[in-house]
Structures are given as C-alpha cells and as structure tokens.
Write a protein of this length. Sequence first.
Length: 256
Amino acid sequence: MDLTSQNTVKDKKNSLQFDRLLPAILHPKRTFTQIIEDDKPVWLTPLLVVSVLILIAGLIAGPIRRDAIVNGTSLGSDFQYYSTDQQQQILAAQATRSSALFTFVFPIVGSLLGLWVTWFLLSSILHLGLTLAGSRTRNLHSYNLVAWSTLPLAFRQIIQIFAMIFTHSIISSPGLSGFVTGTGGAAFIAGLLGQLDIFFIWQICLLMIGVLPLSKLSRGKAWMVTGISVLLLMLLTAFPRLISSMLSNVSLGGFF
C-alpha cells in the first residue's frame, strides 16, 4: 500500500514538467522531440500555466469591465433620446451585466473552456489527420504536442495583462479582427482574423517543429495535415463570434 502511494505521488510529480518551460521556448526542436518521446501524459504543465494567466487576466479585466458599464460608456450615443421606460430597461439590463457573474465568472470560465476545448479539438483533429495520412502515432503524443504548443499563448496573456493595467481598458478586437466590422458573415470573418497574431503563428511554428518527429511522415505531408487541422480549428472557433453577433442584435429591452 505504501509503495502504491509512493508511485502515485511520483506519477503526479512527473506529470508536471516546469523544468521544460524555458527549454521549450529557447530550444524548441530538441525539447519537443523529448516531449514526443515521452510515453506518458505530460500535457498538464503548459495548460496549467496558461490557465493561471487567464485567471489573472480575468481578475484584472473584471473591474475594468464593471467600471465601463457603471460609468455608462456602453450606453450608446442615442441613449438620451430614448423614452424614460426604455432608459430604465437599459439601465436595469446593464445593472445585471455589471454583476460579478457577468464581469468575472462568465468571461473567466469562457476563456478557460476555450483553451481546454480547443486543445482537445486540435489534438483530436491532428491525430485523426496524421492517422489517415499513414502515421501510427498514439493520440497521447498528439495531446502532449498540442498542449506544449500553447506556450506562446502564455506570452499573449502576459502582454494583455500589462496592457490592461497600464491603459485600464480591455482589448476588444484581438488579432486582425479590428479590420472587419459588422454582423453575419463579417462577424464570422472577424472571428477568423481575431485568431491571427504573432503568438498564434508562433504556436503553428511549434506544431510544425513537433509534428515531424511525432508522425514520422514526410515534411510536406506532415505540414499539410497540420495546416488543415489548424484551419479546421479556426473555422470551428469562429462560429461563437458569429452566434454572439446574432444574439447581440436582439434588444435586451425586449425581454422586459
């Protein structure tokens, strides 16, 4: 019984690879090859680091989001022309939106779900694509590779944290989404462009580095599968932006 407990503790310690964080950034080819050679789950560490940073960013963004609502910066320029009843309905709706549930809980939970769900989806899509292309790698190795490729997202979160601290504002148009405005198809395109930044490109580069020793396929075939997998993920993750845009067109006052 004691030996089993010791082995359990040892396995938990081995699942956390904090000593690989810096080498994964400075020497990605060598480190990712070592990660892929591990025949055990080592995906927890990078996802844990990014999750903690998402939590910190959410705690910083909460008061900023609440102040914007309380100070009326999101009331709109036509607010003064509404009737008294309409103004009361809008203020009541914004009072609800200024609660901790909307300013802290929902944004943080949504961001965390986005990280973990996209990690699972990309890992699964990549493994399926590599299998169809002739690779015989285990899905565990795909999970490890995709998880460690999310390290650039940690730097994105750090920069956003400092930006919110110094500017006291939230980045509302991430990536290249600021170049496209509108609803419907424009919102879907904005959802695609919002994913494109230097950190996302960095993540793709890490995937390209790791997929070669992972799949044992030719460079062209492995990179093609990776590119298609990333594109499919982008298309899937752009749909929430489209749905959000459609829902935002529904007047909150209509529910009162």
